[in-house]
Write a protein that binds this ligand. Structure first.
Ligand SMILES: Nc1ncnc2c1ncn2[C@@H]1O[C@H](COP(=O)(O)OP(=O)(O)O)[C@@H](O)[C@H]1O
Ligand SMILES: O=P(O)(O)OC[C@H]1O[C@](O)(COP(=O)(O)O)[C@@H](O)[C@@H]1O
Ligand SMILES: [Mg+2]
Length: 486
């Protein structure tokens, strides 16, 4: 049961075009809440830190490329510990839920929320919700302690289990109320953050003192505004192993072709970054860039050219690429969706492999050896790498600091390298996609030397098609590619 959000933006304007897209606070709808000194003041590890607490007015600009006359523009509230907190340690009953597809690092986030609540804020009551949103009303909870979660960052998956679908706002908020939960940590992707937004709205409608914090999880890196989602680096790194295997197989055979399918339902970031990192890939196909196989300038012509030049080639294909070609060829193509309403994809890797084999079996025949590798679930099931572990730790700590300080209805996210609290609606307004008229995609095309498969009119259309209004207003300079390579 998916619900529509009516999230109200909280915007604060300042001088010289300064805009703070702020996140809600419990005091916005509950009067006279008591405050307490932050327990970190007496924490021996943190007491040495000069200026440990974040200034109440600290904010982080969304756009960092500016000109001398540029207005100051949109900012987000800086994450971090505050002087005052709105929960006494023994008052907190927190819960953590994980939803959507798996992604490396989920267990690290769970561990760090539990550890931060305990070691920084003296909170000992943390519940795990079993199996995603539906676990709120259909399953028992599990008790999470620092001891129970101590080693879980070394394991892939989520110790809490996850699911798609099952978002029943009323039942979830009833469960939160019945269990006396007052901090809700929601780890999940774009669908989950939409679910978190409606949970927050219902909590606010009921005037409950409950902080709702989202931690964005998506292996596809398709959440806007934030620099990069956790687990993405690990996935790109692991994808190298599959690409390397495909390369070895292709190199060792006559006219060897290695085809690797990578994740990316609507966004091709993993395929693009894995291709750029590997240097062994001759062609990368992503959902954002339409391609065709037959005729002049098509994929088959390019493969033939590469095989004649090099005797082998490697193709990386994101799972959401070319779906329109499969649909056109399949007589009984259905527009099916999963329990969360995500489009169910056909196996494009298998399809392209068959099409290539059929093409080169036809006269004038060309002998080829094609190996198809689908490492998708192997990639997302591994534990996070070192840098993602640090990333997960900081995200979890930011979420805990925010909830303890009384903020609610927010997602934590790295914006221009600083941790921030981003309002749900900014995360949910669109999906982040590879912009094929940006420099990053041009870098990829020049690194593989593959055809762009685009005519001049396609390029003109793409220049306007993928650019959301906020980016057009900013001349595209707030896009992520310049900064993080995404
Ligand atoms: N618009 C929405 N409103 C409420 N819940 C939603 C919405 N979209 C998705 N959800 C819920 O969020 C959870 C995860 O969504 P899904 O799209 O599967 O994964 P992800 O969060 O990884 O994108 C599911 O339980 C789904 O029902
Ligand atoms: O097979 P499942 O579990 O439905 O998940 C597959 C999908 O999940 C994804 O990994 C993306 O999930 P997230 O963006 O939510 O992490 C897609 O790339 C893939 O299509
Ligand atoms: Mg998603």
């Amino acid at each position: 049961m998916e619900s529509q959000s009516s999230y109200q933006m909280k915007v604060i304007n300042g001088e010289f075009g300064y805009v703070l897209e702020d996140v809600p606070h419990l005091t916005d709808y509950i009067a006279d809440l008591p405050t307490y000194p932050n327990p970190l003041r007496s924490n021996s590890a943190y007491s040495v830190v000069k200026q440990y607490f974040v200034h109440v007015d600290d904010s982080v600009p969304q756009k960092i490329v500016v000109h001398k006359d540029t207005p100051r523009g949109v900012h987000f509230r800086r994450a971090g510990p505050r002087q005052k907190v709105y929960f006494a340690s023994d008052e907190v009953q927190a819960c953590i839920v994980t939803c959507g597809g798996l992604c490396p690092g989920i267990n690290t986030v769970i561990r760090e929320i539990v550890h931060s609540l305990d070691y920084m804020y003296g909170v000992n009551e943390v519940l795990g919700i079993d199996g995603g949103f539906r676990g709120f009303y259909s399953k028992n909870t599990v008790t999470l302690t620092p001891k129970v979660t101590n080693d879980i960052h070394k394991r892939g998956g989520t110790i809490l289990g996850t699911s798609r679908g099952g978002h029943d706002t009323m039942k979830i908020v009833d469960s939160i109320q019945d269990r006396g939960i007052n901090q809700v940590y929601i780890i999940g992707g774009d669908g989950t953050q939409k679910g978190a937004a409606v949970i927050y709205e219902e909590i606010r409608r009921r005037n409950l003192k409950v902080a709702v914090a989202g931690i964005p999880k998506t292996i596809d890196n398709d959440i806007p505004v934030i620099d990069k989602s956790f687990g993405f680096d690990t996935a790109v790194e692991e994808a190298q192993r599959a690409i390397n295997a495909a390369h070895v197989e292709a190199l060792s055979a006559e006219n060897g072709i290695g085809v690797v399918k990578l994740m990316g339902r609507y966004s091709g970031f993993i395929a693009m970054n894995a291709t750029l990192a590997s240097r062994d890939v001759d062609c990368c196909l992503i959902p954002e860039s339409p391609f065709y196989v037959e005729g002049e300038g098509g994929l088959f012509e390019y493969i033939e050219k590469k095989l004649k030049e090099n005797g082998h080639m490697v193709i990386v294909i994101a799972e959401g690429a070319g779906q329109e070609l499969l649909a056109a060829e399949s007589k009984n193509a259905k527009n099916e969706q999963d329990a969360s309403g995500n489009k169910l994809l056909q196996d494009v890797g298998l399809w392209i492999s068959h099409r290539i084999k059929d093409h080169f079996a036809k006269p004038p025949k060309m002998p080829i050896t094609l190996k198809y590798i689908d490492p998708t679930y192997m990639i997302r099931a591994i534990p996070s790498n070192a840098s993602d572990n640090v990333n997960c730790t900081l995200l979890a700590q930011s979420a805990v600091h925010g909830a303890m300080a009384g903020y609610t209805g927010f997602t934590v996210g790295l914006v221009n390298g600083r941790h921030t609290y981003v309002p749900f609606n900014r995360i949910n307004e669109r999906q982040n996609k590879v912009v094929i008229t940006d420099r990053m995609w041009a870098r990829l095309l020049s690194s593989t030397n593959q055809p762009s498969f685009l005519g001049p009119t396609d390029v003109e259309e793409a220049k306007t098609e993928h650019v959301p209004l906020t980016q057009m207003l900013d001349n595209g300079e707030n896009r992520k590619d310049e900064k993080t390579g995404n």
